[in-house]
Ligand binder design. Structure first.
Ligand code: APR
Length: 239
């Protein structure tokens, strides 16, 4: 699958991945816009918003708690594992839109969570933040300051954590290979990252069973799933 760019890959000094929900699909975690992107009768895209949260914090919390339970029960798939293994051969940085923590659980050590994490929680008013270790006796959970707590994730219309975003831009602008896996590239600013890499002269490779709006501008667009293609990527370095 990576034959046409194998030499460029072997010459790579730094490999940056941009990942989306598709890389966790083979771990059984639903994507947003795929056929399994809806939850109960609600469109996930309408739940991951600050308005939905303030309109019905209990419902949004139920959705996140159901997702968190599924995610904790899921396992990293061969796609996540191959990315972690690749660190033995080259410096690897993972810029992920996912909040599921799967890259870290697979063993990736440099992961930038552009949209936050489903296992951290923060207060809607004070600066309280913490890791969620057990479930909650009531939803929505209440902060010590008396205000409701929210998932520490980036909702539509909210800005990304600036420190993480600037670090991600820096990595995208200084790599010689970028591999975009499992994302529809529908959401900004994450979908700007391939352009930063190209401006630096990097080759940009896409792994997605479906075409995306950027497929035609990729150096190579591989119509395959993450769990099938990424172990194949490893073999380029193991020869
Ligand atoms: N392997 C690789 N790619 C896959 C697989 C797979 N097994 N299964 C599905 N895909 C692809 C789909 O073809 C699609 O292009 O993964 C992509 C998933 O796209 P989305 O559901 O739009 O998810 P994502 O791109 O991560 O969404 C970006 O939008 O909903 C918000 O904040 C949320 O982080 C999310 C952001």
């Amino acid at each position: 699958m990576f034959g046409p760019v194998a030499d460029r890959l072997r010459q790579a000094e730094k490999i940056v991945f941009v990942t989306g929900a598709g890389i966790s699909q083979e771990s059984g975690i639903p994507t947003f816009r795929g056929k399994d992107g809806f939850w109960r009768k609600y469109d996930a895209m309408k739940l991951a918003t600050i308005d939905a949260f303030y309109e019905n914090p209990k419902l949004v919390w139920e959705w996140y708690e159901e997702r968190r339970t599924n995610i904790l029960a899921a396992k990293p798939n061969p796609g996540h594992l191959a990315m972690a293994e690749l660190e033995k051969y080259r410096p690897v940085h993972v810029l992920t839109q996912n909040i599921d923590g799967m890259h870290q659980r697979a063993g990736s050590t440099k992961v930038y969570e552009l949209h936050g994490s489903i296992i951290t929680i923060k207060c809607t008013v004070c600066d309280f933040k913490d890791i969620i270790v057990t479930g909650f006796s009531e939803l929505p959970p209440i902060c010590k300051c008396g205000n409701i707590l929210r998932p520490d994730v980036v909702w539509f219309g909210e800005s990304l954590p600036q420190d993480v975003w600037h670090a991600a831009m820096q990595q995208a602008s200084s790599c010689d290979v970028m591999i975009v896996v499992g994302t529809s590239l529908a959401v900004s600013p994450a979908n700007l990252l391939p352009a930063y890499a190209r401006q630096n002269g990097a080759i940009v490779i896409e792994v997605n069973p479906e075409e995306t709006p950027m497929s035609t501008s990729m150096s190579l667009s591989i119509r395959s799933s993450a769990a099938k293609a990424l172990p194949d990527l490893l073999t380029v370095f193991q020869r």
